[in-house]
Design a binder for this molecule. Structure first.
Ligand code: 13P
Length: 341
């Protein structure tokens, strides 16, 4: 049994800790082309590389104050190599703001054969080479998402162990190339289950994930966890308050996430912008001891009002950037339990 070299441990730990600096979180802009295509279509634009670039340029060239609440950005492959209108690489724009660039490295899901509508995630085969290339391009961390569905008989033991194994292999490969792995087991909001079931499933999945990370000798101080919050299913007639969601979430995490992990950066996963902020704020106000930072890694919950304000028009860029700063600030406060509606 071996540990990574002390130099590698220090590098990974410093990056992970910098991402969860108090009051800061992650902006997830790693929508794959079909996903951003839908957003572009909604504002009347074609899904071209240049339109995707123009939208992301809007985000990355927002006022420097963005870095007061955004420590890191998750990019999609294409975006790593794109430039602003004046030819400056996006990576450079982010670095100049003190924002750490990262990269989504999973290659999305395919059906798990003979399962009840479950999936497995692809992308491990050439991952070490891709990580090395992204590291050279300036990325310092990676993200890999494995979705799991709650149903009558799901997530199945097979889907849980597959997820845990894949996330552990991914995390190990990232660390071998000097990238901090953000480990994302995403238990989806879909379904009519109640919050108690969501909590139990979250505990079981996280316990399996951390057992696998241990089996693969992953250096936990150099990782981050990106989990779902524990909420009732979207179709459940029973709604929960932010404080109920916070209690279920922090209880599940305390039962399953080792204290060595420096931070937990929640996904928003279909919550509205307001819900995601109110719930994060409540998560930081439970009064339960938590050894990790509890912050955000939001995609939709940081961008919905940006898209609305932009509406695909050049003249709205400033207004849209102001919306981004507003959401970033609100979530930065929520990550410290200081947000007031
Ligand atoms: P959402 O916050 O929109 O769920 O996106 C975050 C993410 O990166 C999902 O993988």
């Amino acid at each position: 049994f071996e540990y990574p070299s002390i130099e590698l441990q220090n590098e990974l730990r410093q990056t992970a800790e910098a991402i969860v600096t108090p009051g800061k979180g992650i902006l997830a802009v790693d929508e794959a082309n079909p996903a951003i295509g839908k957003l572009l279509a909604a504002v009347g634009l074609d899904n071209t590389a240049d339109n995707r670039r123009r939208y992301r340029q809007l985000l990355f060239t927002a006022d420097d104050k963005l870095s007061e609440n955004i420590s890191a950005v998750i990019l999609f492959d294409e975006t790593v190599y794109q430039n602003t209108d004046d030819g400056t690489p996006f990576i450079k724009v982010l670095q100049k703001k003190g924002i750490i660039p990262g990269i989504k490295v999973d290659r999305d899901v395919v059906p798990l054969f003979l399962s009840q509508d479950e999936y497995t995630t692809q992308g491990l085969d050439d991952l070490a080479d891709r990580c090395a290339q992204y590291k050279r391009a300036g990325c310092r961390f990676a993200k890999w998402r494995c979705p799991l569905k709650i149903g009558e008989n799901t997530p199945s033991p097979r889907a849980i162990s597959d997820t845990a194994h894949i996330l552990a292999r991914y995390a190990s490969i990232c660390q071998s190339q000097g990238l901090v792995p953000i480990v994302e087991p995403d238990i989806l909001l879909d379904g009519d289950h109640d919050i108690v079931r969501a909590q139990k499933v979250t505990e079981v999945v996280l316990a399996a994930v951390y057992k696998a990370l241990s089996d693969h000798h992953v250096f936990l101080e150099g990782t981050l966890l990106k989990p779902n919050m524990v909420t009732p299913g979207q179709g459940s007639p029973k709604r929960s308050s932010p404080s109920e969601i916070a209690l279920a979430t922090v209880t599940a995490l305390r039962r399953s996430v080792p204290a060595a992990v420096p931070g937990i950066t929640f996904l928003s996963g279909g919550q509205s912008e307001e819900e995601a902020t109110a719930n994060l704020n409540a998560v930081n106000k439970t009064g339960l001891y938590s050894p990790w930072a509890l912050t955000f890694s939001y995609g939709r919950a940081l961008q919905a009002s940006v898209w609305r304000a932009w509406a695909g028009k050049q003249e709205n860029v400033g207004k849209a950037q102001a919306e981004l700063l507003k959401r970033a600030k609100a979530n930065g406060l929520a990550s410290q339990g200081k947000y007031e509606e």
